[in-house]
Design a binder for this molecule. Structure first.
Ligand code: CP
Ligand code: NVA
Length: 299
């Protein structure tokens, strides 16, 4: 039975531990076998990408497989070929399909009609491979989740939704500070509340979120597809900028995460992004190692 990875909760905590163990082996160069030997992995992208596209492509190459990049603009998808037909055709050529798209429904439909694993490389609703890798980056530095305070600052967006799912799988405290009107999707929040209980908390006060935090995450104020809202969002999000003043409220050993691309002077200052708490380039590197382990697990 094929396995898809459309959202973080498609994996169990113990499966994720296996993936992280392999991530470490790939990173340290111990995993020399080529698990994707003879496999062809498609990368179907409907939005731009630097890190996710390249780290998946290189991960496939370095584990013995062949990546095929497919810009959806150049396919018959733009001329309304039904998704269920595309899914079945691609399944005849490929061994796995990594997809960056808009609606989560597109991923669900591709997964339903494909006979190969479908991997979410970002949708409007989730960015699960990113958060899987970010959790690994934290784990490299801090080995106990329990009681750890993780803050999310800014938009209740796709990356935030995957963090909310992460808090259902691992026992850290997640406090999200979002401007009014930009909170996470209600359905995701309510479901997580049932699973994580009072370990997840939502506030509109950024200081409350970052106070004594061991990890602070932030992300762009306007995600891909929201460019027309950028100037309105800029007004609402000002108080949520991760700067030295907010960072001074966190624990002295606090890690600063940003999945990148970053907009310096908007959601994060240059000083914080380039400062000693920031692990953003390790975060970016770990996507490569994590994607190898994820592909090995699924494909
Ligand atoms: N973090 C991330 O997904 O970056 P890209 O958009 O460059 O892939
Ligand atoms: N929330 C951002 C993440 C980019 C990697 C977006 O969707 O554009």
């Amino acid at each position: 039975m094929k396995r898809d990875f459309l959202k973080l909760s498609d994996l169990t905590a113990s499966e994720i531990e296996v993936i992280w163990k392999r991530t470490k082996e790939f990173k340290e160069g111990q995993a020399r076998e080529r698990p994707l030997q003879g496999k062809t992995i498609g990368l179907l992208f409907e939005k731009p990408s630097t890190r996710t596209r390249l780290s998946f492509e290189v991960a496939v190459i370095q584990t013995g497989g062949h990546p095929v990049f497919i810009s959806s603009r150049d396919t018959q998808m733009t001329r309304n070929e039904p998704l269920k037909d595309t899914a079945r055709v691609l399944s005849r050529y490929l061994d796995g399909l990594v997809v960056r798209t808009f609606s989560q429904q597109i991923l669900d439909e591709l997964a339903e009609f494909s006979s190969i694993p479908i991997i979410n490389a970002l949708s409007d609703l989730y960015h699960p491979a990113q958060v899987l890798s970010d959790l690994y980056t934290i784990r490299e530095r801090k080995n106990d989740w329990s009681g750890m305070k993780v803050a999310w600052l800014g938009d209740g967006n796709n990356v935030a939704h995957s963090w909310i799912e992460a808090a259902c799988l691992f026992p850290f405290q997640l406090v999200l500070a979002c401007p009014r009107g930009y909170e996470p999707v209600d359905e995701i929040w309510k479901k997580a509340g049932k699973e994580a209980g009072d370990r997840i908390h939502l506030t509109h006060d950024p200081a409350e979120a970052v106070r004594q935090a061991q990890v602070i995450n932030t992300d762009v104020w306007a995600s891909m597809g929201q460019e027309d809202q950028a100037s309105t969002r800029m007004e609402f999000f000002q108080a949520f900028q991760l700067n030295d003043r907010l960072l001074s409220l966190a624990r002295p050993d606090c890690l600063v995460l940003h999945c990148l691309p970053a907009h310096r002077g908007e959601e994060i200052t240059d000083e914080v992004l380039e400062g000693p708490h920031s692990v953003v380039f390790d975060q970016a590197e770990n996507k490569l190692h994590l994607h190898k382990a994820l592909l090995e697990f699924l494909v």
